[in-house]
Structure formats: structure tokens, C-alpha cells
Design a protein around this ligand. Structure first.
Ligand SMILES: *[C@@H]1O[C@H](CO)[C@@H](O)[C@H](O)[C@H]1NC(C)=O
Ligand SMILES: *[C@@H]1O[C@H](CO)[C@@H](O)[C@H](O)[C@H]1NC(C)=O
Ligand SMILES: *[C@@H]1O[C@H](CO)[C@@H](O)[C@H](O)[C@H]1NC(C)=O
Ligand SMILES: *[C@@H]1O[C@H](CO)[C@@H](O)[C@H](O)[C@H]1NC(C)=O
Ligand SMILES: *[C@@H]1O[C@H](CO)[C@@H](O)[C@H](O)[C@H]1NC(C)=O
Length: 495
């Protein structure tokens, strides 16, 4: 799909933004919340200032600069620890109704435990929340966006069940300190990717190659931690604070590569292994049956007396089942899934337990990132799938965004958000899916984990080479500003 020239767009943008795309020209509902998203580690910097403790990501990057493509780390990132006032002014100018950010656990609890509370860190978030409130911007606060305190990582991190209790204490403290300002909480962000990046290989912290079993243990413990925080909120804070709490899962839309039964089954299995893995325990109770069956079978053939997928006790199932007030989705792209015959029994591995051929259609426009392609109907298909299968109270799109090399006139990012939002609007207005908000990734260019600063996602450019981390508006920021103001994706909308 090719973007037509700007001149052409001026005249015909009403319906068509590129050769074969129809952009929905109706308005988003008044109640729909437009916003942008970030996370603490990716923007704050000030990694050791004012009493902040070390996170496992600080340690991971300081230990080996080859962990990022550009060999840079997040010690300064966007310097939002110092520039938060300027950032809130940018959010205000953008016109967002909601801002999604995360609390750095080691900034308020330096070693992860409530033994010592770092008041300067608490003040940072209180100031930010007050400034947002003064500017009529709602916060959507994530408790865990990957920056586990290093001390707790040394204790075993997400492989140690005791982390669930530590997370509970951190959550309770956060609700107590910040809950008066917050009506929407996220417990854990992208548990699948956190477990795969950090416990199945060394692309992310803590970098353990435990792809046979650690990755499943991590999943179980993150689910228990999520449930713990949900119950603490439900039991102790909901009545007085009246907010909502849930988790945010990431998945591509997995589409069968062909109409064959085998490919259809493979695509559904891919959804179960990547999404149902976390959604089923919380919305249905227990792991997906296909995961239980396949991993148990393979474990047995490997000579193990039990399944590498740790079982839940009935008590754990009951504890996790139902711990949701909404579901947050991070959706960037689509994937095609092709059936493969089962991998031979050999080295145990999450990827072999599932075992599909997953790829992107070469005709889909590519971003600068090798995993991210423009496939705008993916968002509509995913929210319909989630709605039908899990019936969440509400769906909130917590991340959706496009990577490039940092162009200021970023027309490909405009095309991306326009196309995805158009499909989301179709899902809301035509399919009746209850999608209540959208926080685009990202507010500004920031630290992209293993990618360092090589791929940019922001509506606002950040000059990571200037000591000032100068912010500059991109064309996409101006486009999104107008979308928010008019609740409309094209120049002329109908009501
Ligand atoms: C990285 O960690 C290893 C293992 O703990 C240690 O031997 C090495 O000195 C560390 N390197 C740096 C640069 O900190
Ligand atoms: C540093 O990380 C790179 C990339 O993961 C890896 O190839 C290399 O072995 C690591 N170096 C050390 C000393 O661990
Ligand atoms: C999960 O909760 C639902 C609703 O209460 C219930 O119908 C279902 O049986 C539970 N699942 C399990 C596996 O216990
Ligand atoms: C598991 O193994 C049993 C017995 O060999 C077989 O009947 C079943 O189809 C297998 N299930 C899966 C999901 O592989
Ligand atoms: C620092 O950056 C801000 C925008 O982020 C800009 O307004 C200001 O002029 C910059 N200051 C210097 C000294 O470059």
C-alpha cells in the first residue's frame, strides 16, 4: 500500500488515505479516551539519583554494553525524571485525556522491600500525578513494566514464588500513596514478553536461558503476582478509591496462512500459547487445555515424571480466576501461522512445545523493526477475538505504534495510526466491541530495550545526543493532536 501524495490527500482524504484503504469517517464516541503511553525505565533516566535503587535492567545493561544494538543504556533515557513538568505541558498541548506511565519499583523501594521507602521517589510520582490532575489528564498507572529491583532479582526474581508477596507489598504501598489520584491501574505489562525476553534467552534482563521450564515458572509467578495485587486492591482499596485494575497482554493477531484445517488449528494454537497462556487463567481459570496436553505429552516423552508446565492447585486457580476489571491489549502487527509437524523430542523448549511456522506477509509494509509490519485489520480482528473468547468488561488498547529511524516528517507513522484507528473504530461502531480507550506507543522517542535508541516510536522526537534531550514535534504528533480534538481520522467527519 502506497501513500498518495500530500496534494492528493488534501482533496480526497475524506474516505481514502491510500490506494486500497478506506478510512472510517465517523467520529469516536465522546467517552473514548485517547492518550499516549510510556514506561519508567524507558523515559526517566536518573538511574541512581535521589536514593533510587538499582533495577535488574540497570545491572543487565551496565554489565554488558553489547546488550543493546547501539551499545547505549537508559541511565539518562529521556531524562523525564527532571523534565516531567515540560512533558506534562507537551501532553496538554497534544490534548490527551489519559497518560499511561509506570512506577519504577526501585525508585520508591530501593531494594524492592518496604524496609526502606525512598521519599524522593514517592514525591516524584506525587508531583507528576498532581501536575497531570491540574491539567485534566487522567493517569493510567502500570505497577510493573519490567524494572524489577536488582535485590529481588538476586533472590530469584520471577522464578521465586516469594516475589509474589513482595509485589503485593509494593502494590499495596502504591495504592495507599497514589490511589487518590488513580482510577485505572495495570498490574503487570506484557508478562509473556517479559518472561520470554528475560527467562528464555538473554535479550532482556535478567538474561537466563531457561526456555524449557523457567519461562513457564515465570509465567505462573507473574500470574500469581497479578492476582495478588488485584485482590489487595479489591479487598482494601476498591471501596474507597473506586478504580479499575487489570493486566496488559501483548500479542500479534495470528492469522492462518491458508484456509486449511491444519493452518487454522495452528493459528488458534499460536493464540493459545502466546495469549491464552495468560488470558485463560485470569478469564477462564487454568492454562489453555492445548498447552496442558502438549507440554505434558512432550515432558513425558522427554523422560520427565511431571509436566514442565507447572500445575496450578485448585486454590491457585480460584485465586487467579476472575481477577480483572478490564483487559489491556498491546497490539502492533499481524502474523501468518502455518502448521508444522511436531518437533522431534529432543531438547525441551517452549518454542518446540508450540511449534508453528510464524511469519509476516512480505507484501505488508515494513517498519524499521524486523517484527513490526503494517497490517491494520489486525487490531479489529484481535479485539473481536478477545471479546468473543473472553468477554472482558472493557478492552483498552494500551499500546499500538510504529517504528522508524526518527524522521520528523513521519508520514508512515501517520498512515499507521490512521489505518489502525480506523479499524478500531469499525470494531467499536460496526462490531459493537466495547473498546474504551487507546494509549498510543509512544508519547516520545525512548529507550527500546535491546534496540537501544535505534528505532523510534514517538509522536515527539527526543534528541538523545543532546544533554538537554531536546523534544521536537513530529508531523504524527500534530496529526494525533487533531484526531484527539476532532475525534475523527480524516478532514471531514460525519456524526
Ligand atoms: C558482568 O557480570 C559477570 C558475571 O557476574 C562479571 O564477571 C563481569 O565482571 C561483569 N562485567 C561488567 C562489565 O560489569
Ligand atoms: C555480552 O552480550 C553479548 C550479546 O548478548 C554476548 O554475545 C556476549 O557474550 C556478552 N558478553 C559477556 C562477557 O557476557
Ligand atoms: C472460573 O470462574 C468462572 C466464573 O466464576 C467459573 O464459571 C469457572 O468454572 C472458573 N474456572 C475454573 C477452572 O474453576
Ligand atoms: C498426547 O498423547 C496422547 C497419548 O499418546 C495422545 O492421544 C494425544 O493426542 C496427545 N495430545 C497432544 C495434544 O499431543
Ligand atoms: C532544551 O529543550 C527544550 C525542548 O525540549 C527547548 O525548548 C530548549 O530551548 C532547549 N534548551 C537548550 C539550552 O537547548
Amino acid at each position: 500500500m502506497r501513500i498518495l501524495s500530500v496534494t492528493f490527500l488534501v482533496f480526497s482524504e475524506i474516505l481514502i488515505s491510500s490506494q486500497d484503504e478506506v478510512i472510517n469517517n465517523r467520529r469516536f464516541p465522546e467517552s473514548f479516551k485517547f492518550g499516549v503511553a510510556t514506561s519508567a525505565f524507558q523515559i526517566e533516566g536518573a538511574w541512581n539519583e535521589d536514593g533510587k535503587g538499582e533495577s535488574m535492567w540497570d545491572r543487565f545493561l551496565h554489565n554488558n554494553s553489547s546488550k543493546t544494538l547501539d551499545r547505549r543504556n537508559a541511565d539518562v533515557a529521556c531524562d523525564s525524571y527532571h523534565k516531567w513538568r515540560e512533558d506534562v505541558q507537551l501532553l496538554k498541548e497534544l490534548g490527551v485525556k489519559i497518560y499511561r506511565f509506570s512506577i519504577s519499583w526501585p525508585r520508591i523501594l530501593p531494594d524492592g522491600t518496604t524496609n526502606k521507602i525512598n521519599q524522593a521517589g514517592v514525591d516524584y510520582y506525587l508531583n507528576l500525578l498532581k501536575e497531570l490532575k491540574a491539567n485534566n489528564i487522567e493517569p493510567l498507572v502500570t505497577l510493573y513494566h519490567w524494572d524489577l529491583p536488582q535485590h529481588l532479582s538476586e533472590l530469584g526474581g520471577w522464578l521465586n514464588p516469594q516475589i509474589v508477596d513482595y509485589f503485593g507489598e509494593f502494590a499495596r504501598l502504591s495504592f495507599r500513596l497514589f490511589g487518590d489520584y488513580v482510577r485505572q491501574w495495570t498490574t503487570v505489562n506484557e508478562p509473556k514478553t517479559a518472561c520470554l525476553l528475560g527467562y528464555a534467552n538473554d535479550y532482556g534482563a535478567p538474561g537466563l536461558w531457561l526456555v524449557a521450564d523457567g519461562v513457564y515458572q515465570c509465567a505462573k509467578i507473574q500470574l500469581l503476582a497479578h492476582a495478588k495485587a488485584w485482590h489487595i486492591y479489591d479487598d482494601e482499596f476498591r471501596a474507597s478509591q473506586g478504580g479499575k485494575i487489570g493486566f496488559v497482554l501483548d500479542t500479534p493477531w495470528n492469522e492462518p496462512a491458508s484456509d486449511s484445517d491444519l493452518d487454522r488449528e495452528a493459528a488458534e494454537r499460536e493464540m493459545q500459547f502466546g495469549f491464552g497462556w495468560f488470558a485463560n487463567p485470569v478469564f477462564i481459570g487454568d492454562w489453555p487445555q492445548v498447552m496442558k496436553d502438549r507440554i505434558a505429552n512432550r515432558s513425558k516423552l522427554e523422560g520427565l515424571g511431571f509436566s514442565r508446565l507447572p500445575e496450578f492447585t485448585q486454590k491457585e486457580i480460584d485465586y487467579i480466576n476472575g481477577t480483572h476489571d478490564y483487559i489491556g491489549l498491546n497490539i502492533y502487527t499481524g502474523k501468518l501461522v502455518e502448521y508444522l509437524p511436531d518437533y522431534e523430542i529432543g531438547t525441551p523448549n517452549y518454542n518446540f512445545d508450540n511449534g508453528n511456522n510464524v511469519y509476516c506477509d512480505p507484501s505488508w509494509p515494513a517498519s524499521s523493526s524486523d517484527w513490526l509490519f503494517y497490517y491494520p485489520s489486525s487490531i479489529r480482528k484481535l479485539v473481536n477475538y478477545v471479546n468473543e473468547k473472553y468477554s472482558p468488561e472493557e478492552i483498552f488498547i494500551a499500546e499500538n505504534g510504529w517504528a522508524d529511524h526518527g524522521e520528523i516528517d513521519d508520514q508512515s507513522r501517520i498512515r499507521y495510526h490512521k489505518g489502525y484507528l480506523s479499524n478500531l473504530l469499525d470494531a467499536i461502531l460496526e462490531d459493537g466491541v466495547n473498546v474504551v480507550g487507546y494509549t498510543a506507543w509512544s508519547f516520545m522517542d525512548n529507550f527500546g530495550w535491546g534496540a537501544g535508541y535505534t528505532h523510534r516510536f514517538g509522536f515527539i522526537s527526543v534528541d538523545h545526543d543532546s544533554p538537554n534531550r531536546t523534544r521536537t514535534w513530529k508531523s504524527s504528533g500534530r496529526y494525533y493532536q487533531k484526531v484527539i480534538r476532532t475525534r475523527c481520522l480524516v478532514d471531514t467527519c460525519v456524526d
